[in-house]
Design a protein around this ligand. Structure first.
Ligand code: DMJ
Length: 619
């Protein structure tokens, strides 16, 4: 029998049989098809559309494990209608729950639904990583060895000992005020005695605590350190829908946590640092990999400061991630952190630099410079610092960083460094080829930086660079000495007949910044010239006289006024940097020695030797 007669509905009609007979067959086939489809529909209807039928069917036709389990445990007694009733009631309840859930979901805003889906996804990811939780809980174990010099000896000289003790008392006073009036807030308002926060941290909390951890440790305030550690363990939360400054969060939070880890060995700091680092990674999602300035920690959406030239990222911000991110890779075993910051270098290397200088603005999408403004102070400063420290931190193996640093310093010297008619060396700012003869308080860190790098300077430049560092230290000291309150202004000028003096009202404030004292500390360590300790002591006295208030220390609005007008903010860098550098200025050189420790730009000491043999993963 030909196959076609056996398969009437599927076989293609032969061309030869086309005609009236075949048309009758077609109708017949159509009717049969209809009957067959009606039958199929009926069967499916029975399964899917009859109320609550599926579960009943599963009990009848399939071996139901639920029923079996219940029977085994004796929870279903008897059989027949009582059992069916129970199952039907359960099915009805499931339906009602599903309906209520669907109704609730429909009432939610799309944004809320999106957040819930994200949460659910995170949970699934965490569950898939096992009972320990997320990635950070699964960090490779690291063999921790306390690096040398984490703690220091009392100085033998009584006067220095006394000065050092005084600085510790200042820290106790400052910390005490924060603890009492602003615990958990980002900063303290020491006059109004309440918490304070700037928009740099969005909804993040506890900047002061994280920024001060290492200072507490270094000054041996161990009880306070433990309290701060407990706060970090319980309350430091990064899973926030909030926008933060990538730079500030990196230098203060990541840097503070890394430092606390290297000093104390407590693994909570390593885990928190890596967790925060992971949250910062989406900032690098730009065409060039140059990160955004601002980032929402939850959504990972980044953007730049609206005031920055043509949507640019800022040199001092994207250029001040290197130290921390290299350590994050080391401590997490995840190479991504290091790759991100090494890429920043690559982008910069490919660009043409006007006169060898690095403009402060760079568009992260076009990869082009914005305005040609160059500064060793605000917007540029710590980029240069991190080139030098990247080289030192690599145990002096990172030749690329070394070259970039010394080349940049050469260009700065040629184009920006000038001497006033009164003999003060200063670092001016460069705007499209024109010099603005102004030096910021921020720029004063450069004395310390140049001193730190002098030793490795190419050719026979070491002596020259030490002299340059000393001259900058002197100029910055003059900027303090020439004020009424003996504290330095935010910026000082060398034009219009003045030298090292602020001439604009909006440049006369002092906000407890550390840079001048930072330079004194380095200069003391490299020269042991007692004038640096004396200059530091002058600053201590001025701080005590004009900034100390009942609940802590406050910035001042005008350092040329006869009495201080307080701004009511105790910046977190006061404890992180100013007091720490003062304490180290009056400490022995083997406390955090520079051959083992590198200070990040927020003065957080990080173990300097990143090479394999100094820090090993145990797996
Ligand atoms: C600190 O947060 C850091 O030192 C940063 O690099 C620049 N300025 C402040 C303190 O002045």
């Amino acid at each position: 029998m030909p196959a076609a007669t056996l398969l009437p509905f599927t076989a293609a009609p032969s061309r030869k049989s086309a005609g009236p007979t075949s048309s009758f067959r077609l109708t017949e086939r159509f009717i049969l098809l209809l009957v067959f489809s009606a039958f199929i529909t009926l069967c499916f209807g029975a399964i899917f559309f009859l109320p609550d039928s599926s579960k009943l069917l599963s009990g009848v036709f399939f071996h139901s494990s639920a029923v079996e389990t219940n029977t085994r445990t004796g929870t279903v007694s008897g059989s027949g209608s009582a059992n069916d009733e129970k199952i039907l009631a359960k099915i009805r309840k499931d339906h009602e729950d599903a309906l209520t859930e669907a109704k609730d979901t429909l009432q939610k805003r799309p944004e809320e639904i999106k957040q819930e889906i994200l949460k659910e996804k995170e949970k699934v990811l965490r569950d898939s990583l096992g009972p320990d939780g997320g990635d950070v809980d699964r960090l490779p174990p690291v063999e921790y060895q306390r690096p040398p010099g984490a703690t220091g000896q009392e100085p033998p000289d009584p006067r220095t000992r006394e000065r050092r003790a005084k600085v510790k008392e200042m820290m106790q006073h400052s910390w005490g005020g924060y603890k009492r009036y602003a615990w958990g807030a980002n900063e303290l308002r020491p006059i109004s005695k309440q918490g304070h926060s700037s928009n740099l941290f969005g909804g993040l909390k506890g900047a002061n605590i994280v920024d001060a951890l290492d200072t507490l440790y270094i000054m041996e305030m161990y009880e306070d350190f433990d309290e701060a550690t407990a706060w970090v363990e319980k309350n430091l939360d990064f899973s926030l829908n909030t926008e933060v400054s990538v730079f500030e969060v990196n230098i203060r939070f990541v840097g503070g946590l890394l430092s606390a880890y290297y000093l104390s060995g407590k693994d909570v700091f390593r885990r928190k640092a890596v967790e925060l680092g992971e949250r910062l990674l989406p900032a690098f999602k730009t065409s060039t990999g140059i990160p955004w300035a601002l980032l929402n920690l939850k959504s990972g959406i980044g953007r730049n400061w609206p005031w920055a030239s043509g949507g640019s990222s800022i040199l001092a911000e994207y250029g001040t991630l290197h130290l921390e991110f290299m350590h994050l890779s080391k401590l997490s075993g995840n190479p991504e952190f290091a790759q991100k910051v090494m890429n920043i270098r690559k982008v910069l290397e490919r660009l043409d630099k006007p006169h060898g200088l690095y403009p402060n603005y760079l568009n992260p999408n076009s990869g082009q410079w914005g305005q040609h403004h160059v500064s060793v102070g605000g917007l540029g400063d710590s980029f240069y610092e991190y080139l030098l420290k990247a080289w030192i931190m690599s145990d002096k193996t990172d030749e690329e960083a070394k070259k970039m640093y010394y080349d940049a310093l050469q260009a700065i010297e040629t184009n920006l460094i000038r001497k006033s008619s009164g003999g003060l060396t200063y670092i001016a700012e460069w705007k499209g080829g024109l010099l603005e003869h102004k030096m910021g308080h921020l720029t004063c860190f450069a004395g310390g930086m140049i001193a730190l790098g002098a030793d490795g300077a190419p050719g026979d430049q070491t002596g020259h660079q030490m002299e340059l560092a000393a001259e900058i230290a002197r100029t910055c000291h003059e900027s303090y000495a020439r004020t009424t309150l003996k504290l330095g202004p935010e910026a000082f000028r060398f034009d219009g007949g003045v030298e090292a003096i602020a001439t604009r009202q909006n440049e006369k404030y002092f906000i407890l910044r550390p840079e001048v004292i930072e330079t004194f500390m380095y200069m003391w360590r490299f020269t042991h010239d007692p004038k640096y300790r004396d200059w530091g002591w002058e600053a201590v006295q001025a701080l005590e006289q004009h900034c100390r208030v009942e609940a802590g220390y406050s910035g001042i609005r005008d350092v040329y006024a006869t009495s201080p007008n307080h701004d009511d903010v105790q910046q977190s860098f006061y404890q992180a940097e100013t007091l720490k550098y003062l304490y180290l200025l009056f400490s022995e050189d083997d406390h955090l020695p520079s051959d083992h420790w590198v200070f990040n730009t927020e003065a957080h000491p990080i173990y300097s030797l990143l090479r394999e043999e100094h820090l090993t993963h145990t797996v």
